[in-house]
Write a protein that binds this ligand. Structure first.
Ligand SMILES: [Zn+2]
Length: 278
């Protein structure tokens, strides 16, 4: 019998994403504050009503700025994963800076949950070439930041040689499991209006249209694979708005009715590892 696993994941950036972009004036900070103040309580109530476990990737900055809200998330039984300390993407950091962030935020996660994170999601989904080694050194089982597959996890490579004018030479596979993501399954680019000196992201899509894409991607999985995982990514300050909360509720109900199995990303990665040992 086919097994279609759904992982709902929440990147609890709060105000850290705006700070990492240098946007520290009251406007953007208030936009981030909507997450802990309004989005998180709404989401926890919705998830409790549906009785489903989910995975939360929380930057160290959020863990230390909003400890009560983070305790509520962990206390409700959701997985707590690593999402940097600042919200700077690893691709913008040196190896040493990345190591410092990794360890600092992991200590905050240990303080909250009693254990170090098994899963990592890079801020803005942009890893460094040496991120994989650092993650393995620090005991991570999986990453969830890359996009080379959709429904099937895979093992992450290290040591790729990628240059402009030579064919790519791919490195060796590591034990690190990739739980792939996609911008199409992320609430942020669909919904958030963003204007910077170099970028305008229009956002503000009709939530029912986006919902239809999200449901159809699940239906394609259920139809085409005996076993697979679909990972949706949400942000409390994005999905927490009324019309989007209704879309998330409809998504959960529709997928439940279609036979979806809801798990944390950690459990889905463990299931993959049993099916495809390294
Ligand atoms: Zn984030």
């Amino acid at each position: 019998m086919a097994r279609s696993i759904v992982c709902l994941t929440f990147d609890f950036d709060a105000i850290s994403g705006w700070i990492a972009r240098g946007m520290t004036s009251p406007g953007p900070i208030s936009r981030g504050e909507f997450g802990p103040q309004v989005g998180v309580p709404r989401l926890l109530a919705l998830l409790e009503r549906h009785g489903i476990p989910t995975s939360w990737y929380i930057p160290g900055h959020t863990l230390e700025t909003y400890p009560d809200e983070c305790e509520r998330v962990a206390g409700a039984g959701h997985e707590i994963g690593h999402h940097g300390w600042t919200h700077r993407p690893p691709a913008s950091l040196s190896r040493d800076e990345e190591r410092v962030e990794l360890e600092r935020a992991n200590e905050a996660i240990h303080k909250l949950t009693g254990r170090y994170a098994r899963g990592y999601r890079s801020p803005s989904w942009d890893l460094n070439p040496h991120s994989v080694e650092l993650l393995l050194e620090h005991g991570f089982v999986y990453d969830s930041s890359m996009m080379a597959d959709d429904y099937t996890p895979y093992r992450v490579r290290k040591g790729d040689a990628i240059t402009l004018e030579q064919p790519a030479v791919f490195g060796q596979e590591t034990p690190l499991i990739e739980m792939p993501v996609s911008w199409t399954l992320d609430d942020y680019p669909h919904f958030e209006f963003l204007r910077t000196p170099t970028v305008v992201l229009p956002g503000n899509m009709n939530a029912n249209n986006v919902l239809q894409n999200w449901v159809d991607d699940f239906q394609y999985l259920a139809r085409s694979l005996e076993w697979g995982v679909i990972t949706y990514t949400f942000h409390p300050f994005v999905i927490g708005r009324g019309h989007r909360m209704l879309a998330l509720d409809k998504l959960i109900r529709t997928l439940k009715d279609s036979g979806a199995v809801f798990t944390t990303l950690e459990d889905a990665a463990a299931e993959y590892a049993r099916r495809a040992p390294a």
